[in-house]
Design a binder for this molecule. Sequence first.
Ligand SMILES: [Zn+2]
Length: 212
Amino acid sequence: MKPSVTIAGASLAGLLILSACGKTEPAEKDMVAPVTSQTPDDSGEAADAGMDRALPPEGSAHDPAESERLEAHVHGSATLAAGVDGDALTIAFEAPLMSMVGFEHEPETPEQTEALTALKDAFTIPGGMVEIRGAAGCLPLMTTSGTHFANGHGALEVEHVYTCEKPDDISRIDFKRMSDYPGLETIDAVFVSDTDQIVGELTPSNPSLELR
Ligand SMILES: [Zn+2]
């Protein structure tokens, strides 16, 4: 029916580029936003930087790259990028908040604050976003979720990391939450490993990315 799949979203493109040029190098964890190191003060105390790497404040600290990413999104359309690196499977999901909670500004009412908290909590449940099919033996390792606002848009950003006994045996990735969010019409999905680059469009009637 539809031979070509449009890939939207800088994170997908980044992942594809990463895969295309990273054949012999170990793939870096580029999907994790780099933490910008900050010096708390210049008081001249002995550097104790290790202790200052606390969690960044939730929902704050955008950088220009993130602003550009938010400009690119299309309401109704999300991205799902899965990458295998050794025995680690990382699945990053990014969706316009308009499609998830119906607004894209910083929360202004208790109800809106609650809606965003509930959304983030729902996507932080280990194993609660996708089902990993096949006999790969993948176990949830960690999950993160957050929201970003820029340029009049807002996005949900989620990352789930698994460890897999046999990542080559992942046969399919099912997105489990599509029916919960009617505003979510399509998900542009990509799976990248040393041997595979597979793209697909997930829809409410077929929310699965077939790998083999
Ligand atoms: Zn938007």
